[in-house]
Design a protein around this ligand. Structure first.
Ligand SMILES: Cc1ncc(COP(=O)(O)O)c(C=O)c1O
Length: 386
């Protein structure tokens, strides 16, 4: 299989990730933070080390305990967005049309329930949100804003530092959905004025599915929406308010954390921006190889700057879904078609009524040969109708 669906999840993972998960779970598969025997303490140390590693990777700049784990970005975005809404009832929230349903749906449901009101900012023809639009959308009761680090449909990396600065000038909490950004490009929460960064472990951080989390900077209040066991101070009737317990309840995903730990070590060793530049060279080849094919329309993808290696396109005369099926059946190329869980992006690029796009996404293990095969496959499919 030629795997060009890395935006959905990175595959394969580095060998080190598979090996460490297997070894760690066999030797340390016990509940961390609950007991005092050696294996439990060592397991707890792996969890703490991973909190520290991610805090450093994101430059959260404070207590590593504010790096909390969850199942994935969707889970953390739910915890954070609902927690902020409960802490700020009646808030106006700014978000963008680039968002994934993991942001759109929690906001929609909370708006339907009368908890918040939401403004959706458009993006320009190149695929970027304009900070001036953002500034104009601010109201006296705007309490928080949420923006994706990078679009999962068109790959554009958003101007987070500018958006964050505007937020801070107006006392607005700035939340970033880092699903497509964490481990994909360098990040500096402090320099980029980000208050809360939500991430998923199974994409560019190279961990397995089922692990994600968030980093919440000091001074940001997140109302609690989860309650349960923490392994400490069991006699206290309410849920603990201090981090990491504040946002974590129940046994955490130890195996996921072990894989994430190995994944972050691998991307750090390789160099995040080295991987990124390697992927972007392949992306440029792919884009240039298919953009002049008769009948092909590529969306955005105007520059290799502020761009991740994701390409969305359509072929005149074909439904995106049918192109995906042909790529799979005839060429053994795995990709994603349709709306990619981000319907408002498709409103913006004009593909909502034609059932979305074909999306090819390059990863750390994509080769030049994979890209050449994909270009020839698109050429063949386009030639049938153009
Ligand atoms: C931009 C964006 N946000 C959120 C998510 C949700 O990630 P997860 O399914 O790991 O929760 C995705 C996954 O594709 C995404 O691309």
């Amino acid at each position: 299989m030629i795997y060009l669906d890395n935006s959905a999840t990175s595959y394969p993972k580095p060998t080190e990730v598979y090996d460490f998960m297997d070894h760690f779970y066999r030797t340390h598969g016990v509940n961390p933070g609950r007991s005092g025997f050696d294996a439990a303490i060592e397991t707890g140390e792996l969890v703490s080390d991973t909190r520290k590693m991610l805090t450093q990777l994101f430059n959260g700049g404070g207590d590593p305990n504010r790096l909390t784990f969850s199942y994935n970005a969707t889970d953390s975005l739910n915890i954070i967005l609902q927690g902020l809404a409960y802490a700020n009832p009646g808030a106006h929230v700014i978000t963008t049309m680039l968002e994934h349903n993991s942001v759109l749906r929690p906001l929609y449901v909370m708006e339907q329930r009368g908890l918040i009101t939401v403004t959706y900012l458009p993006f320009d023809e190149r695929g970027y949100v304009n900070p001036d639009d953002f500034r104009k959308a601010i109201r006296p009761n705007t309490k928080f804003a949420v923006c994706t680090h990078c679009s999962n449909v068109i790959g554009t990396i958003q101007p987070l530092a500018d958006l964050g600065r505007i937020c801070h000038e107006h006392g607005i909490i700035f939340v970033v959905d880092g699903s497509q950004g964490a481990g994909a490009v360098d990040l500096d929460m402090q320099a980029q004025n980000i208050d809360v960064y939500c991430f998923t472990g199974h994409k560019c951080l190279m961990g397995p599915t089922g692990i994600g989390g968030s980093y919440v900077r000091e001074g940001i209040e997140i109302g609690q929406t989860r309650f349960g066991g923490t392994g400490v101070r069991s006699a206290v009737p309410g849920h603990l308010e201090e981090y990491p317990y504040r946002l974590e309840a129940g046994t955490i995903n130890l195996l996921g954390i072990a894989g994430l730990n190995a994944g972050v070590k691998w991307i750090t060793k390789e160099g995040i921006m080295n991987i990124h530049h390697r992927e972007m060279a392949l992306w440029e080849k792919l884009r240039d190889g298919i953009r002049d094919i008769k009948g092909v329309k590529i969306y955005c993808a105007t520059s290799t700057e502020n761009q991740n290696p994701v390409l969305s396109f359509n072929i005149n005369g074909w439904e995106a879904g049918d192109v995906g099926t042909m790529l799979d059946v005839d060429y053994d190329i795995a990709c994603r078609t349709g709306l990619q869980c981000a319907p408002k992006v498709h409103v913006g690029i004009g593909t909502i009524d034609i059932h979305g796009t074909v999306r090819l996404s390059i990863g750390a293990f994509t080769t030049e040969e994979d890209v050449n095969t994909a270009i020839e496959a698109v050429r063949d499919i386009a030639a049938m109708k153009n």
